[in-house]
Ligand binder design. Sequence first.
Ligand SMILES: *[C@@H]1O[C@H](CO)[C@@H](O)[C@H](O)[C@H]1NC(C)=O
Ligand SMILES: *[C@@H]1O[C@H](CO)[C@@H](O)[C@H](O)[C@H]1NC(C)=O
Ligand SMILES: *[C@@H]1O[C@H](CO)[C@@H](O)[C@H](O)[C@H]1NC(C)=O
Ligand SMILES: *[C@@H]1O[C@H](CO)[C@@H](O)[C@H](O)[C@H]1NC(C)=O
Ligand SMILES: *[C@@H]1O[C@H](CO)[C@@H](O)[C@H](O)[C@H]1NC(C)=O
Length: 204
Amino acid sequence: MASKHQLFFNLVLICTTLLPISMAGDPDILTDFIIPPNAIVNGSLFTFTGMRSLVNSPIPSNFTVLKASMVQFPALEGQSVSYAVLEFPNDSVNPPHTHPRASELLFLLGGSLEVGFVDTTNKLYTQTLEFGDMFVFPKGLVHFQYNNGSNGPALALSAFGSANAGTVSVPTTVFNTSIFDGILAKSFKIDIATVEKLKAGLAH
Ligand SMILES: *[C@@H]1O[C@H](CO)[C@@H](O)[C@H](O)[C@H]1NC(C)=O
Ligand SMILES: *[C@@H]1O[C@H](CO)[C@@H](O)[C@H](O)[C@H]1NC(C)=O
Ligand SMILES: *[C@@H]1O[C@H](CO)[C@@H](O)[C@H](O)[C@H]1NC(C)=O
Ligand SMILES: *[C@@H]1O[C@H](CO)[C@@H](O)[C@H](O)[C@H]1NC(C)=O
Ligand SMILES: *[C@@H]1O[C@H](CO)[C@@H](O)[C@H](O)[C@H]1NC(C)=O
């Protein structure tokens, strides 16, 4: 039988090895940067010009996200950061969603936004943001943003603590996948016809 000291030692070992993992963002890399296959390494590799499309462009008619994550900007791999530009025409919403791999720091660059997130005790935190405000959405929690249009279109820049924060949209994940109607009907305490109506609304 292991001694008390041995058990304590093992516990400390488990805690000290697991804690940094559970507190970390993206895993650390052992090189300065990761070079994508066949890439030429010069300043251009570290430059993303995809947001130039925003300059002098008209306001989109729907809520629009422009991402600069590792997918669009491969040099971000291993750097634990990424951006998204969010454009909100009047009366538009970024529906409830989570980012499983990162917290989000939103900086409102124009207009106003109603934002909120729900914590793991189901408590809702909301705020009305004015031009110039920042708001942090804690990692993994369901959150949303809405522009009621009273100050015209809204523009926000969101920074993420991951090169690939990931997005899980609540409406889409629940009602635009192949989860059986019967399971959804029971889960939401509604009938199959209502499930199908919700599914139809998201299908296009
Ligand atoms: C990097 O290399 C590419 C491919 O040769 C070239 O097109 C680009 O102009 C270079 N960028 C810089 C900043 O030197
Ligand atoms: C905007 O959203 C509406 C309703 O979902 C859709 O009918 C329309 O095609 C969208 N417009 C654009 C430009 O994506
Ligand atoms: C619209 O949003 C603004 C600022 O976010 C807020 O002051 C106003 O009360 C809102 N109007 C309505 C009708 O909700
Ligand atoms: C958006 O709302 C603002 C302020 O309420 C208004 O001045 C503007 O005309 C609206 N834009 C559109 C495209 O409806
Ligand atoms: C629902 O899924 C279909 C098929 O994958 C896709 O074309 C459509 O854009 C999705 N709708 C939404 C709102 O994401």
